[in-house]
Design a binder for this molecule. Structure first.
Ligand SMILES: N=c1c2ncn([C@@H]3O[C@H](COP(=O)(O)OP(=O)(O)OP(=O)(O)O)[C@@H](O)[C@H]3O)c2ncn1[C@@H]1O[C@H](COP(=O)(O)O)[C@@H](O)[C@H]1O
Length: 87
């Protein structure tokens, strides 16, 4: 099972190697404004799933939110340590 740190390492590598067909590379190229909008969209979907759908659907939406949080972190050069320092 993939963890937060494993996904972050995978996305960081994608950002560096820029493989063809990577959705992450595409999202990074679209820029912070676009990534931010997607993050908000996923946050809203997670909220709506929590209100009206199952725990499983909510977990799925939360996983997508985590993905987009990580894309924003990479776009801004923010490491997990930078974030964890504030927890
Ligand atoms: N975990 C994720 C992940 N979660 C969410 N998403 C993206 O976020 C979208 C969220 O779903 P939506 O329901 O909003 O889909 P949508 O409305 O079609 O969204 P758009 O594609 O139009 O923005 C998905 O379609 C994916 O494009 C993800 N994209 C990639 N990953 C993982 O990231 C890694 C790198 O992926 P690539 O860069 O594509 O190789 C792989 O391990 C992937 O499994």
């Amino acid at each position: 099972m993939k963890t937060f740190d494993a996904l972050f390492a995978e996305l960081t590598e994608k950002a560096e190697t820029r493989p063809k067909g990577s959705g992450t590379v595409e999202r990074l190229d679209a820029g912070v404004h676009s990534i931010g909008k997607k993050l908000i969209e996923e946050a809203a979907e997670a909220w709506m799933a929590a209100e009206y759908e199952s725990r499983e659907r909510t977990a799925e939406e939360l996983s997508q939110l985590i993905y987009h949080i990580q894309v924003l972190m990479i776009a801004k050069g923010i490491t997990t340590e930078d974030v964890y320092r504030h927890l």
